[in-house]
Design a protein around this ligand. Structure first.
Ligand code: SAM
Ligand code: SF4
Length: 478
């Protein structure tokens, strides 16, 4: 009997992602790179040869979560010193060496503009047993071009297993942000605003369509500020990108997040109206309903301007669903200013709002200029009150949809435990309407990735519940 070669054990990567869609996409690209190096994914920390945390620094809470996770895995490193531990993303760029001081068992620290170097740094950390760090330049550290170059991203290595589902994917159209809202850390950790060339974005969209992707979400911190100047002097805007991606066979739904109120131009609204594959859904954060607070936040618009933009949006796209973000308890926000925010939410009838308690971020203008003078208990109460105002609107608007038929892209099995009376709980599926409303219904799993017509029979503030009518596409925004 001849000796069989023992198959080499494939190295395993454990990765946890905190934060926004941009981070999910970054993790997809990192995993693709690591796969090229022979790694496969594991969700068992104890099996991993490399443990990565792709981090967020928008609020303190997100950072605290990572430092406690690092504390928990210290034992693994003590037991298996050969495991490589990496802190990637925004917190890596913000805290840099501090991470090694607070958690010396971390091996590599890599900012969001340096992720292409991850495999090389893993190898170096292993070979040299020395901390490895790769971060981009600070916003004041050199010329704008050199800073921007230090945040440049790498090729579109893609990894289908890291996507929300096999037929949904993100494409980054812009990097960084130049708005410098006073509360926000993003411009310093993600660098200067840079729009990627349209040709590169279209090539990525075609590649994704070839891989079976049907729904593409274009990502940018202020995605509607997208502007790329061509060598011939012409400019490409987000509306041009939507138009071109719309022509790609196989792509059936296109979304874009997040929008900045001042850059909601008529050509973009018209494109959303004219292009049936584009979701009639616009996420455009207001942040506050009080002009004094907006001024301190340096949002560069007033409530009146925001509401005019909203009216223009709804006049151009009558069925549009709009969602928003709000920060409660920002420096100097008193009861009267908070009430103005509640009033704005009640007037605007958003599809939903993401509500956050202000979290001071070191290095931001607000942190150095204004005291964090709203007590935590008040922030909590305002958060609850604003959420209650928004929830009442969601419920009212959802109940009006009972009896209507909506078109849904089936995303997968519902994780929700919510059960309606008379349902037997077999294969509860979840999907979203063209306006990004969540719908739960019973259906066969083979419908995942398909468009179905669902008749709405019941509703909560978050979810519509319904019954599948026919499994074929008609265009009715909902
Ligand atoms: N670029 C997007 C925009 O301008 O709308 C959003 C970026 S940020 C990652 C997402 C949301 O986090 C913001 O819209 C804001 O509501 C919230 N946020 C940002 N900084 C914050 C802070 N220091 N404290 C609490 N919430 C914050
Ligand atoms: Fe942050 Fe404002 Fe830029 Fe959004 S627009 S990423 S909130 S600085």
């Amino acid at each position: 009997m001849t000796d069989q070669p023992t198959p080499e054990r494939r190295k395993k990567l454990y990765i946890e992602t905190v934060g926004c869609q941009m981070n999910l996409l970054d993790s997809e690209l990192v995993v693709a790179k690591m796969r090229n190096e022979g790694y496969e994914l594991t969700d068992d920390l104890n099996q991993a040869d490399a443990i990565f945390y792709n981090t967020c620094s928008v609020r303190q809470h997100a950072e605290d979560k990572i430092y406690s996770a690092l504390g928990r895995i210290k034992r693994i490193k003590e037991r298996k010193p050969e495991v490589t531990i990496g802190v990637l993303g925004c917190m890596a760029q913000k805290d840099q060496d501090t991470i090694f001081r607070r958690a010396p068992h971390v091996d590599i620290v890599v900012g969001p503009g340096q992720l292409a170097k991850v495999p090389e740094l893993v190898e170096k950390a292993r070979a040299e047993s020395v901390h490895q760090i790769a971060v981009s330049r600070a916003r004041t550290d050199g010329s704008i071009d050199s800073i921007a170059a230090s945040f440049e991203n790498y090729d579109a290595d893609r990894e289908p297993s890291m996507r929300p589902s096999p037929f949904q994917a993100f494409i980054r159209v812009m990097m960084g942000c130049d708005k410098f809202c006073t509360y926000c850390i993003v411009p310093s950790v993600r660098g200067p605003e840079q729009s990627r060339p349209p040709g590169v974005i279209l090539a990525e969209a075609r590649l994704l369509a070839d891989q079976g992707v049907k729904e593409i979400t274009l990502l940018g911190q202020t995605v509607n500020s997208y502007q790329h100047r061509q060598p011939d002097g012409r400019s490409s805007r987000l509306s041009d990108l939507l138009d071109q991606i719309h022509d790609i066979a196989g792509i059936e739904r296109i979304k874009f997040i997040t929008n900045f109120p001042n850059d909601m131009t008529d050509d973009l609204l018209q494109a959303v109206h004219d292009l049936p594959k584009v979701s009639r859904y616009i996420h455009v954060p207001a942040q506050s309903g009080c002009d004094q607070v907006l001024k301190r936040m340096k949002r560069m618009y007033t409530t009146a301007f925001y509401e005019e933009m909203l009216a223009r949006t709804r006049a151009t796209i009558p069925d549009v669903a709009v969602s928003s973000d709000f920060i409660v308890g920002f420096c100097g926000e008193n009861e009267a200013s908070f009430q103005r925010t509640v009033d704005l939410v009640e007037r605007s009838r958003f599809k939903n709002s993401f509500i956050f308690k202000y979290s001071p971020r070191e290095g931001t203008k607000a942190d150095s200029l204004y005291p964090d003078d709203v007590p935590e208990s008040v922030k909590k109460r305002r958060n609850k009150e604003l959420l209650a105002a928004q929830t009442a609107i969601c419920l009212e608007d959802h109940q009006k949809m009972i009896g209507r038929t909506v078109e849904v892209l089936v995303e997968g099995q519902s994780r929700s435990t919510a059960r309606r009376e008379g349902w037997h709980g077999i294969s509860q599926m979840v999907g979203r309407t063209n306006c990004d409303r969540i719908v739960v219904f019973e259906a066969n799993e083979r419908l995942i990735g398909q468009f179905v017509q669902v008749r709405v029979e019941d509703a909560s503030a978050v979810t519509l519940f319904g019954r599948v009518e026919i499994a074929e596409r008609i265009a009715t925004p909902a």
